[in-house]
Design a binder for this molecule. Structure first.
Ligand SMILES: [Fe+2]
Length: 377
């Protein structure tokens, strides 16, 4: 286990990786991109903010083969361990502390959240997953960041569960549970009391966006970049910066979390994953709303794939920037070819390219055969 996290020279750097969402056969380009992010940013903490695996596809990751070889809970657990090792070992190799929350895909299998938590805890850099309050999910907890002298909690990171599967009902939920909101309110008050009555500055991470995210968008005419939903078109409001590639898929309910956050006054920004094509920063009622695009190359995505940096300052301020694949890996033929090889969203280009190459190969073979025949005639 790692010791208490502390500011150094007034700064603490967090790297958010959301929706890594891969399997026991990983797309290597995502790992390449993430390793570049770790080496460039040199974060003090990495946060995996849900859909850390494509949890519903271990048993059919490869046609036929996986169905035959991953056919028990134990084998599914081992497949999950392997998928997570691809993500966690590069972090462990660099001795960077990390923490996680689950997304909707993580819980779509027979492995319980508690059992999955053991895989993360096996890595010495694992932070959190330590909430003694069992009224909330295992991935609901907070991470205190101490002042450089260790005398006080200078910043706090909330990690809240927002997605799970009811395995009996065979139904997925994207919600903040009432008990999660209640735990947040109770714990924020306790932290403020320890801080002389003042709220401790915080960022709050949950996988599925809060419902209020929909207040950041507006209906518009059909135009380039507008997102279609139920026969209407939408775009980000002018004061929200970034890209919206899909209509936000928000929590079914939020159990009063937004109101509680405003009342407590501790949270500077709420940060989400889940919507792979969305990457933006907006503001509502004095609270920053931050959406981070997915990292996964296995699942749907866009060239906004990447990771988000948060620089926290000991005086309570923070800054953020999103680093995309081509920012991290450079715009060059190698990075372009690797993107093309592994990214899910360019399959049409890939198919066209392979078709052209196959046609070219057939044409060259045919020309060679004809020329051989003519020489022999
Ligand atoms: Fe996802």
């Amino acid at each position: 286990m790692t010791g208490p996290l502390k500011f150094r020279n007034g700064v603490f750097t967090v790297l958010q990786v959301s929706d890594a969402q891969d399997l026991q056969y990983v797309r290597r380009t995502m790992l390449w991109m993430l390793e570049r992010a770790y080496d460039r940013v040199k974060p003090d903490l990495i946060l995996l903010t849900g859909d850390n695996t494509l949890g519903n596809h271990f048993r059919d990751a490869l046609p036929v083969v996986s169905k035959l070889t991953v056919n028990t809970k134990e084998k599914e657990f081992r497949a999950m361990q392997k998928a997570l090792a691809y993500v966690l070992e590069p972090i462990a190799k660099r001795n960077i502390p990390f923490a996680m929350i689950y997304g909707n895909h993580d819980d779509m299998n027979e492995i319980t959240k508690e059992e999955q938590a053991e895989i993360y805890r096996d890595y010495p850099g694992c932070v959190g997953l330590d909430n003694p309050d069992k009224s909330v999910d295992v991935d609901t907890y907070n991470i205190p960041i101490y002042s450089e002298d260790g005398s006080r909690v200078a910043f706090n990171l909330w990690m809240l569960d927002s997605a799970w599967t009811d395995h009996e009902q065979k139904r997925g939920f994207c919600e903040i549970k009432p008990e999660t909101t209640a735990w947040y309110v109770k714990t924020a008050k306790a932290l403020a009391e320890e801080n002389g009555g003042a709220p401790v500055p915080a960022l709050l991470f949950q996988h599925v966006p809060l419902r209020e995210t929909l207040r950041l968008i507006e209906e518009c005419d059909k135009a380039h970049g507008a997102v279609a939903q139920d026969g209407k078109y939408y775009r980000l409001k002018p004061d929200t910066h970034g890209v919206m590639g899909e209509y936000p898929s928000v929590c079914d309910t939020d159990a009063g979390l937004f109101a509680a956050i405003k009342q407590n006054g501790d949270v500077k920004a709420v940060v989400f994953g889940h919507d792979h094509l969305n990457c933006f920063e907006g503001r509502l009622d004095g609270l920053d709303f931050i959406q981070t695009a997915s990292a996964s190359f296995r699942c749907y995505g866009s060239p906004h794939r990447g990771a988000r940096v948060f620089r926290l300052y000991e005086d309570g301020r923070y800054e953020t920037e999103h680093l995309r694949y081509f920012d991290l890996c450079g715009k060059n033929p190698v990075s372009a070819l690797r993107y093309l090889w592994d990214a899910d969203d360019v399959w049409k280009i890939k198919a066209a390219l392979l078709g052209t190459l196959a046609t070219g190969a057939v044409a060259v073979t045919a020309a060679a055969a004809i020329s051989r025949k003519m020489r022999n005639a």
